[in-house]
Design a protein around this ligand. Structure first.
Ligand code: UGA
Length: 456
């Protein structure tokens, strides 16, 4: 049986290694981070992601995942390499391909050190802009003297998994996109990654060119980000017009052309993907002399929405001198990832506006630890493992992430807050009905009873 090699043990690479191990493969997993490799080989999952810890533990016991820092050691054994390293981009949207390039160089060195190895296929799964696979990766590999299409195959298969449901998403994909240099490369990837697609759904496998596959990824993330910014814009209208945005989203989502997914208004999208990918596509367009007006608006609406949360808070409570409890530090529920989370924007803003103390809670210890590195605990910044400790004596509770733990909170759980305390529910997860008779005032983002607007 094929022994695939996954390069990069982050969310995507680790989940793929786990998914392939579950499908009965022995997998080589390469990462430059020795600490992560050691953890995986000892059966410890290095990220906070549902379902992965059990699979990683089992894989270590059965030795189905062999994690290593040396690509050279596993190069001969594997004939297919799936590149899952991160791509980053700066605030202006300039993409940083250093990890992708470094993998290309490592593979080139392997080809040079082992010139007699047979045909290998290298498939990029990292999110890369159009032209990266054939314009950046391929030339580096070919500088080894090997020729693409003859000595090795090249493919690009974008990934669509979501953090928080990564393993489920891989095991039940809506589609598998394979861009390839040639049919042989595509076939090889299809044989491996096709194991996740049900046999009776071959239409879910889409074969394309390398560049088309690259653009599909950016188009999909940009579209979803647009959907979120769109509903957030409507949410702001709902607040102006005395409407509940949830009712509007439910109704428009019933139209199959729209669909109900990704129509939850909230404090703006975060994470390691949407903000980075929309910025990168926007900037790539600008570099080619094109003005991506829609993407620009999507980003602007998103950044305004993060500030709108603070605005909502300010309308309900004086920020200077207030003790503020923030529930939710990760960028969304079920992950310990805090990259571009709303909390990271809101915390410094509140402190700048004069908040007396911020009390921070997240069910994920990863999220708390990540934030502690950026916002070091002091007399103003406090971290809590228990929700009740974070809420105690607070003037405001700001809900930023839709963890199950918060959805189940009842008015009595907030009784430990100060007199005249308010809750700002930026994730729209608490039932307003339950709070009707509570002394704590609940404000829900995207809802108001304001009847001021009457067309003239
Ligand atoms: C996103 C995509 O959904 C995946 O398909 C893709 O593979 C991934 O990026 C990637 O490119 O690697 P992810 O960032 O893990 O996945 O999380 P999402 O569930 O998409 O959420 C992104 C942000 O949008 C979060 O801040 C979330 O709270 C927000 N969101 C999502 C909303 O505000 N409203 C919604 O209706 C949905």
């Amino acid at each position: 049986m094929e022994v695939p090699c996954i390069i990069g043990a982050g969310y995507v690479g680790l989940t793929y290694a786990a998914g392939l191990a579950l499908k009965g493969f022995k997998v080589n997993l390469v990462d430059v981070n020795a600490k992560i490799i050691e953890k995986i080989n000892s059966g410890i999952c290095p990220i906070d992601e549902p379902k992965l810890p059990d699979v990683i533990k089992d894989a270590a016991r059965k030795k189905t995942i062999r994690a290593t820092t040396s690509l050279m050691d596993v190069f001969e054994e594997s004939d297919i390499f799936i590149v899952c390293v991160g791509t980053y981009c700066d605030a202006k949207g300039n993409i940083d391909l250093s990890h992708v390039k470094s993998v290309a160089k490592d593979l080139k060195e392997c080809f040079e050190a082992k010139p007699d190895v047979g045909y290998k296929v290298i498939c990029i799964k990292s999110t890369v802009l159009c032209g990266t696979t054939d314009g950046v990766f391929q030339p580096i590999l070919e500088s080894s003297g090997k020729v693409a299409g003859r000595d090795f195959g090249l493919a690009m298969s974008p990934e669509f998994l979501k953090e928080g449901s990564a393993l489920d998403d891989i095991l039940n994909p809506d589609k598998l996109v394979i861009g390839g240099l040639d049919a042989r490369s595509i076939d090889k990837v299809r044989k491996l990654l096709g194991v996740f697609v049900p046999d009776d759904m071959p239409e879910r496998i889409i074969e394309t060119s390398l560049r088309t596959a690259e653009l599909i990824k950016y188009a999909q993330n940009s579209f979803l980000a647009t959907k979120i910014s769109f509903i957030n814009e409507i949410s702001n209208f709902a607040e102006l017009f005395g409407v509940d945005v949830g009712d509007v989203a439910s109704a428009i989502g019933l139209d199959r052309r729209i669909s109900p997914y990704f129509l939850n208004a909230g404090p703006g999208f975060g994470g390691s993907c949407f903000p980075k990918d929309v910025r990168a596509l926007y900037t790539a367009g600008r570099k080619m002399g094109y003005s991506p007006l829609l993407l620009e608006a999507v980003l602007q609406v998103n950044s305004r929405q993060k500030n709108h949360v603070v605005e909502l808070l300010g309308w309900n409570k004086e920020i200077p001198g207030s003790i503020i409890c923030i529930l939710g530090l990760s960028f969304k529920a079920n992950t310990g990832d805090t990259r571009e989370s709303v909390a990271k924007t809101v915390i410094p803003r509140l402190l700048h506006l004069g908040a007396r103390e911020v009390h921070l809670h997240d069910p994920s210890s990863h999220a708390r630890e990540e934030l502690k590195r950026e916002f070091v605990p002091d007399e103003k910044i406090h971290y809590h493992e228990e929700i009740s400790r974070a809420l105690e004596n607070a003037d405001v509770c700001l809900i930023l992430t839709d963890w199950e733990h918060y959805k189940n909170l009842k008015p009595s759980d907030f009784e430990i807050m100060n007199e005249n305390a308010v809750i700002i529910d930026a994730r729209r997860i608490l039932s307003r009905r339950l709070f009707e008779n509570s002394r704590i005032k609940l404000t829900t983002l995207g809802f108001s009873t304001n009847k001021d607007f009457v067309p003239s």
